[in-house]
Ligand binder design. Structure first.
Ligand code: APR
Ligand code: PHB
Length: 400
C-alpha cells in the first residue's frame, strides 16, 4: 500500500488532519486500532473554543454542531459559596465557546471522511513505524488477519498518549516534561435537566466541582477526588450529596439530580514531549501533550496542531519546500506551552490542595477574589479560555 501521508489514530487530531489534507487535495490513510463504534461512543471532553468552531464550520463539518451544540457566552466561578459570572463574550469582543461532545465531533469527521471516499482502516493491530528518518517511511500493521505495509512520504503520530509514535523519537533527542497533580476527577453522566445556563467551576472546602452539560436531557458533572480512589466507594447518593454541597449557594439555587448513567475516575497530569517531530514523523494532539481538563484545552490543542501541520504539508506539495514543516514543532510548542500555562493556572486556582497550609489556602482564595474583581485578570482568563488566536504564532512565522 502507498499514500502521501500515513496517519496513526482516528481521534480528533488524526481525523481532522486527514479531512484538511483532503480539502487540499492530499491523499491520506488513517490506521485506527479501535472499532468505529468504540471511537464514536467514548465519552470525552466537551468544550470547543471559538477557533475550533470556526475551523469545523470553514471546513464544512460544522453543520450538526451548529444545530445541536450549545453556545455559551461565559462561565461562572464559585468560591466562598458565591458565584461570579465571567462575561467572556463581552471581554473578548464577541467570542464564545460551544459545548458539543468530542465523540460527536468524531462522528461528524468520520462521516465526512467516508463520504469523500477517505480511507480509514479500523481494528488494525500491531502498528509499528519504520525508517522515520528516511525519505520513505513505512507503517507495518495487521488488518483482517494479514500483514500489511503502508509506504508514505510522512507519518503523522496522532495516536494519543499511549500510542507507539512518540517513542520513535530517539531517547537522546526526546525530552518529556511532566507534572502529576494530587487530584482526580470523578465524572458522571446523569439524566437530569440542564442545571445552569453556563458551566460552573467551584472551589469548595470539600474540593473542586464542575457543572457542565451535554444535551438538554443529559448532564456532565465532575467532583475532585483522590486520584487513587475506587469508583466503587462512590454510591450515586454519595456523589449527589457531595456535588450539591460543593455547588449549591445560599441564595436558594439547587442542583437537579437524577439517574447516573455512567461514572468514572480519571487522574490528572500535564505532559509535553519536545520536539514534536523527528525526520519524517510528526506528533499531534495527545501523542505529544496532555493537559489537565480544568482549562478545557485538550481537544482544541489537537485542532491547532493539525492546522499548523496541514499548512506545512500543503506547502511541501505545492513548492517542494520543507521549511515550514521543519519548524512545525517550534510553532506548535509555543502554543502548547501557553495552553499548559493556562491549564496549570486554572487547576491550581480551583482545586482544593489538602496539603496546603492555611496561608496557602488564603492566597488561593485571594487569587480567585482578584481574578473575579479585576477587568484585566478577567480579560486574561477569558481570552485564554475562549482560545488564543493561532495568528499569534503565524505572525512570527511566514505561513504563506
Ligand atoms: N494503533 C492505531 N491507533 C492507535 C494506537 C495504535 N497503536 N494507539 C492509539 N491509537 C488510537 C486510539 O485508539 C485513538 O482513537 O489513536 C487515537 C488517539 O485519539 P485521542 O486519544 O482522542 O487523541 P487526539 O486525537 O490527540 O485527541 C486529543 O482527545 O483524548 C482526548 O482529551 C483529549 O480532547 C483531547 C483529544
Ligand atoms: C466537560 O463538559 O466534559 C468539560 C467541561 C469543561 C472542562 C472540562 C470538561 O473544563
Amino acid at each position: 500500500m502507498q499514500t502521501k501521508v500515513g496517519i496513526i489514530g482516528a481521534g480528533p487530531a488524526g481525523l481532522m488532519l486527514s479531512h484538511l489534507l483532503h480539502l487540499a487535495g492530499i491523499e491520506t490513510v488513517i490506521l485506527e486500532k479501535r472499532s468505529r463504534e468504540d471511537i464514536e461512543g467514548t465519552i470525552r471532553a466537551g468544550v470547543l473554543e471559538q477557533g475550533t468552531v470556526d475551523l469545523l464550520n470553514a471546513s464544512g463539518v460544522g453543520e450538526r454542531m451548529m444545530r445541536e451544540g450549545l453556545t455559551h457566552h461565559g462561565i461562572e466561578l464559585q468560591f466562598n459559596g458565591v458565584r461570579h459570572r465571567v462575561n467572556m463574550h463581552e471581554l473578548t469582543e464577541g467570542k464564545s465557546i460551544m459545548v458539543y461532545p468530542q465523540h460527536e465531533v468524531i462522528k461528524d469527521l468520520v462521516a465526512a471522511r467516508l463520504k469523500a471516499g477517505g480511507e480509514i482502516l479500523f481494528n488494525v493491530d500491531n502498528v509499528s513505524l519504520h525508517d522515520v528518518d528516511k525519505q520513505s517511511p513505512k507503517i507495518r500493521f495487521q488488518y483482517d488477519d494479514s500483514d500489511h505495509e503502508l509506504s508514505c512520504d510522512f507519518i503523522m503520530g496522532c495516536d494519543g498518549f499511549h500510542g507507539p509514535s512518540r517513542k520513535e523519537i530517539p531517547d537522546s533527542i526526546r525530552k518529556e516534561k511532566q507534572q502529576i497533580y494530587p487530584f482526580g476527577w470523578l465524572g458522571i453522566l446523569a439524566e437530569t435537566p440542564i442545571a445552569n445556563p453556563e458551566l460552573i467551576y467551584s472551589n469548595h472546602d470539600r474540593g473542586f466541582a464542575l457543572i457542565s452539560t451535554r444535551t438538554p436531557e443529559i448532564q456532565r458533572h465532575y467532583i475532585q477526588v483522590n486520584p487513587n480512589d475506587d469508583i466503587n466507594n462512590w454510591s450515586d447518593d454519595r456523589i449527589w450529596t457531595d456535588l450539591k454541597a460543593r455547588v449549591e449557594t445560599s441564595d436558594g439555587w439547587t442542583l437537579p439530580d437524577g439517574p447516573i448513567l455512567q461514572k468514572n475516575i480519571v487522574s490528572m497530569r500535564s505532559f509535553v514531549c519536545e520536539p514534536m517531530q523527528y525526520g519524517r514523523l510528526f506528533l499531534a494532539g495527545d501523542a505529544a501533550h496532555i493537559v489537565p481538563p480544568t482549562g478545557a484545552k485538550g481537544l482544541n490543542l489537537a485542532m491547532t496542531d493539525v492546522q499548523v501541520l496541514q499548512r506545512g504539508i500543503e506547502r511541501f506539495y505545492q513548492t517542494g519546500s520543507k521549511d515550514l514543516l521543519d519548524r512545525y514543532s517550534e510553532i506548535a510548542l509555543r502554543r502548547v506551552w501557553k495552553a499548559q500555562r493556562f491549564s496549570n493556572f486554572m487547576t491550581t486556582m480551583l482545586h482544593r490542595n489538602f496539603n496546603h497550609s492555611p496561608f496557602e489556602r488564603s492566597i488561593q482564595l485571594s487569587e480567585l477574589d482578584y481574578v473575579t474583581s479585576s477587568r484585566a485578570a478577567l480579560t486574561s482568563l477569558s481570552e485564554n479560555y475562549i482560545g488564543l488566536p493561532l495568528e499569534w504564532e503565524a505572525e512570527r512565522t511566514v505561513f504563506s
